[in-house]
Write a protein that binds this ligand. Structure first.
Ligand SMILES: Cc1ncc(COP(=O)(O)O)c(C=O)c1O
Length: 368
């Protein structure tokens, strides 16, 4: 028997189609930024931050953020060893050095107890990655960043809708970045966003995001420095506006799916995404880690079997130190173990209870 249970896909209704159609038909000339402006304004309201800059990807948003803080060759940026490569790649674009820190065994986010040991005179920033919707310990990271005068950037690509003390993930650090890739809770196809609280950083970010152009200059073609360009299109923003109107529904559905999986798997020797007191986890991606029952070979065999019949199980992210670009760095113990024993479950909004039951059976079988 085969199934059609992809790992991820967005929830698209007539609202997204209507707004995108309007943008395609009418969003040009004087109206060419209408949806973009609305998207940025409403997103800032949703996050409760001062400013948002919509981008073509989260990778681009993070690159703008790093240029905004003046990251220079030889500077160091601390980040967790397990994340999507996009958290680290923009550091290297600026010829700076990623410094990886092991993950916490419970949250799978950066282990705050190990951060200070990684700080050197060259450290410029910490990137707090909220993995799979789980939240980093933001109060400890804020404290460390303040004591060492470091910038704190949140990579909330996977955590839109997660909150800590009712503050949105990505709105707590100096800047936060989000992804609207087609696999994410809210999508614009491809897309991202940079959220900023500080006025001084916003002014710099705007210049960086606009090819180095200062808006105060007398001619629109005058440039003072080299910047970057990662702009979101008005049509993408139209889809984003529709999705943002549905954000509570989208997050609620993610939470329902996680809860269904959790209840069905909790009797097994597994760890799943965590939600601490004071937190709400938006559960972008349900993850199952079984240090007791899985090693890499067994996990990969289980995924291959499931994928063969159309069940979109995926492996946990690899520690970035396993890749050729970073392989001279030592692998951290928790990252190494969790990554080899972990997998992600399909969690697209429109999946049915029968779909989830199929996934659950595959996981139980793989762990038996
Ligand atoms: C943690 C993390 N950071 C950054 C990104 C990059 O997002 P994008 O694909 O929009 O550039 C992703 C995307 O999956 C991610 O998971």
């Amino acid at each position: 028997m085969t199934f059609d249970i992809p790992f991820a896909k967005p929830s698209i209704t007539s609202k997204e189609v209507e707004y995108a159609t309007d943008a395609a038909a009418n969003g040009w000339g004087r109206r060419c930024y209408d949806y973009l402006n609305i998207f940025e304004t409403r997103f800032a309201e949703y996050l409760d931050v001062r400013h948002c800059i919509a981008t073509s990807s989260c990778t681009g948003a993070l690159h703008i953020a790093l240029r905004t803080i003046g990251l220079a060759p030889g500077d160091e940026v601390i980040l967790p060893e397990i994340t999507w490569v996009a958290s680290a790649a923009p550091i290297t674009y600026e010829k700076a050095t990623p410094v990886f820190v092991d993950i916490d065994p419970l949250t799978w986010c950066i282990d705050v107890r190990k951060v200070e040991a990684a700080i050197t005179p060259r450290t410029k920033a910490i990137i707090a990655v909220h993995l799979y919707g789980n939240l980093c310990d933001m109060s400890s990271l804020r404290d460390i960043a303040d004591r060492h005068r470091l910038f704190l950037i949140e990579d909330a690509a996977e955590a839109l809708g997660s909150t800590w003390r009712e503050r949105q993930a990505g709105s707590i650090g100096d800047m936060g970045v989000y992804s609207f890739h087609g696999t994410k809770t809210l999508t614009t196809g491809e897309g991202g966003l940079l959220a900023i609280q500080r006025e001084d950083l916003f002014d710099k970010a705007l210049i960086q995001a606009n090819h180095g152009r200062k808006s105060s200059k007398r001619t629109i073609f005058w440039m003072d420095e080299i910047g970057v360009k990662y702009k979101m299109s008005n049509i993408q923003a139209a889809i984003g506006c529709a999705q943002l109107e549905r954000i509570d529904e989208l997050v609620t559905r993610k939470r329902e799916i996680f809860s269904y999986y959790y209840k069905a798997l909790v009797d097994l020797p597994v760890a799943m995404n965590i939600e601490a007191v004071d937190e709400r986890n938006s559960y972008w991606l349900p993850a199952v880690v079984s240090l007791e029952r899985l090693d890499e070979n067994r996990r990969d065999a289980m995924l291959a079997k499931a994928n063969e019949v159309g069940i979109g199980l995926r492996p946990f992210f690899y520690p970035l130190t396993r890749f050729p670009m970073f392989q001279e760095l030592p692998q951290s113990p928790v990252a190494a173990r969790v990554s080899r024993a972990g997998l992600n479950l399909p969690s697209f909004h429109d999946m049915t209870q029968e779909d989830m039951d199929v996934v659950i059976r595959a996981v139980r079988k793989g762990l038996s």
